[in-house]
Design a protein around this ligand. Sequence first.
Ligand code: PLP
Length: 436
Amino acid sequence: MPPQIDRRRFLGSVLLPAATVAAAPALRPHRARAALERLADRAGSPREVARDESFWHTVGEAFTVDREHINFNNGGVSPAPAVVQESLARHLAFANRSPAHNMWRVQLPEREAVRADLADTFGCDAEEIAITRNASEGLQICQFGLDLEPGQAVLTTDQDYPRMIATWKQRARREGILLHQLRVPDPALGDDEFVRRFVRAMDRYRPRLVLMCHVINLTGRILPVKAVVAAARERGIELIVDGAHAFGHFPFRQADLDCDYYATSLHKWLFAPFGTGMLYVRRSKIAGLWPLMAAQVSQRDDIRKFEEIGTHPVGLSLAIGEALEFHRLLDPERKLARLIHLRDRWVTRLTVHDRVRIHTPLEPARSAGIANFRIEGVEAGALASHLWRVHRILVCGIGHRDCTGLRVSPSVYSTLEEVDRFCEAVEGVLTSGLPS
Ligand SMILES: Cc1ncc(COP(=O)(O)O)c(C=O)c1O
């Protein structure tokens, strides 16, 4: 367990003075505390626990979500459990008592414990982790921070995140770099074919940089990062991994990817506060990567140069510690097993209908809690609007030439009943069409 983040302190943070709790009436710290104690003691394999509804009911109680909505867009952004919300409120309240002292002299040094904890979870050195405001910031540090000459090429896919593609396009307009986008092969062609095509594109375009996703946001497909990293390294090409949807979603470590640059959101699958992210940069690469906001030359080799963003609420970073502890108490393997259990429940039920198409490979390790589907003959955007308007079910509509559909991402607080209501709503459209 990393320094300063022990279980007692974590649970202690749940028991707040009445005044703090009164400021945030929606929170239920006593329930959250009970939930955490049960989580920590539960025996059983991930598969068994994934099917234990009373366990997941208790997990659900640790959140403060609006049950009038069925939120199946947790891939977009996740709610934080009450313990994380309260931790944030407590840190902000403490900072506001005397910001120049409490925030800069007390909280900033405390952030080092969170850095160490993130590094421990990712499997790297603490001096290789920067805490960012989101995945976009971490990725843009890499996308803007590696020098490119006019005419030099960058390779990515046509299923990478629009903001990251827009970043390359802006560099193309401003600096004359070249952008190449590989079309992602059909999942049925498998990971080997994906790697073959990526390597072929590297040999053809000879890019200086590659950007690839660990998990494609459109479909939830997990890509074979390590093999592409190895092929890029052999060719002297730098490769940036967009891990926005991966960290906290399913267990993996830096060594499983062997990448040099990795950026992720923490407000998606780790359940940290909105506005938190993490950037990993291999130690030997830090000096060669420019920060987005200028830093002193003395910080050239220091990972903290990427955090030189001016005044910002340090409490956001500190509350990541609570999210990491929640994640551990939940157990990453159990969390993954539950997410797959929920996904399989709706996928199995809906694919009985022959007009339902799934755009996500469902084999183990090729996706986890997210999947994308469409109904043949029903416009995806209209279906998403219908689910929200009529049933208060929130999913993410995807428009892309190869995977137009609905991206569905329940979370650990979602119930089987919510999954079933979603299936019934979709089946209603399969039977009767969309209301005109
Ligand atoms: C693949 C991918 N990359 C980057 C991002 C941006 O993440 P953030 O909002 O944390 O900046 C997202 C957001 O959904 C994403 O799906």
